[in-house]
Design a protein around this ligand. Structure first.
Ligand code: F6R
Length: 327
């Protein structure tokens, strides 16, 4: 599975090569991105990038219900790597009835069929890998589409710079990943992933990676909201074992200080801590760097534990019964 992560440069390269291959016309009020798990996280990344870079509002939906306000002036991006996820397919059917402009991003499956049947714009992504490892490809497909449609969140130039940046840190990211995996395995306990705004999507992504690849539960804590609830929970926690990974952006002075504050409280609770300082100039570069380091770390941790990082048995089991649950 490591090779899927090490293949991210190829995914970005292909994203850049086909950056302007698709576009959609129209004046949009907002963008709704629908998807689950490794596909849905792309919506969170787009949302954070738009927030910081100043694009259209991006709302991510990780279920099957279309928000009440969505209508014909919105763009709906429906992402499912497999193309078969029921929640996402239900969203697709409902959002079309609302009259929104729709784009499907997928590698295969029923959603590809629906898109072709309904004459809906279809963006193909690399086939035959685990959905979560296709993150850069799905992200660049959509960023390219938006940029070519005059509603840019990230320009091609910045996307190219992010590719160059990632090329230069591949080796260092692998070393960091090994360090992090050993740290978690040595300390064990419930893993806490702590960060500061606007990096919440990265923390959710990292949580998902340790869930799916390493098969452990993870708790996400993000400042400054942390200072208004979680912090009180650390006054009298039950006697459980915890391990904390803290992620901060060194160019964000306030964010870094907030994470220092969190670290102090964790240490007072005798929680072992590891701090990762994100590399990169832009938010896109930081998100890609963090995703790569922790993706590799989660695979490494699975290997140390003697587990297959690729297998997600419980998701497969859920997908076998999901139709009967939704019927
Ligand atoms: C598996 C993974 C999952 C899937 C999720 C939705 O690698 O990452 O979180 O992404 O079960 O499936 P897709 O992405 O096919 O719609």
């Amino acid at each position: 599975m490591e090779e899927y992560y090490l293949g991210w440069l190829n995914q970005l390269e292909d994203g850049l090569k086909h950056w302007s291959d698709w576009s959609i016309s129209g004046v949009f009020r907002g963008i709704i991105v629908a998807g689950m798990g490794g596909s849905g996280i792309v919506g969170d990344y787009l949302s954070a990038l738009s927030l910081v870079n100043g694009g259209l509002p991006v709302i991510t939906v990780k279920h099957y219900m279309v928000p009440g306000f969505v209508g014909s002036s919105d763009l709906a991006v429906v992402i499912s790597y497999s193309g078969n996820t029921l929640e996402t397919r239900l969203f697709y059917e409902s959002v079309r009835k609302r009259g929104a402009a729709v784009v499907v991003v997928s590698s295969d499956g029923l959603l590809e069929e629906y898109a072709r049947r309904d004459n809906v714009l279809f963006l193909p992504v690399v086939k035959g890998i685990a959905p979560r490892t296709a993150l850069p490809h799905m992200l660049y497909r959509i960023l390219g589409l938006l940029d070519s449609s005059g509603i840019s969140i990230v320009s091609r130039d910045k996307a190219k710079r992010a590719y160059d940046f990632l090329t230069g840190v591949m080796e260092e990211a692998t070393d960091k990943a090994y360090d992090i995996a050993s740290f978690i395995h040595e300390n064990k306990g419930l893993l806490i992933l702590a960060t500061h705004s606007p990096l919440e999507p990265l923390a959710w992504r990292v949580k998902n990676e340790f869930n799916e690849n390493s098969k452990i539960p993870v708790k996400v804590e993000a400042a400054p909201e942390w200072m208004h609830n979680d912090i009180v929970g650390w006054e009298k926690p039950y006697e459980n074992k915890y391990t904390a990974i803290l992620v901060s952006d060194p160019s964000d002075r306030v964010g870094s200080r907030l994470v220092d504050y969190m670290e102090k409280i964790y240490k007072e609770n005798s929680i072992p801590t590891y701090r990762l300082l994100l590399k990169g100039e832009t938010l896109l570069e930081k998100l890609l760097y963090g995703s790569l380091v922790f993706g590799l770390a989660s695979v490494r941790l699975a290997r140390i534990r003697g587990l297959d990082p690729l297998k997600t048995t419980s998701i497969v089991e859920y997908k076998k019964v999901v139709d009967s649950i939704f019927k």
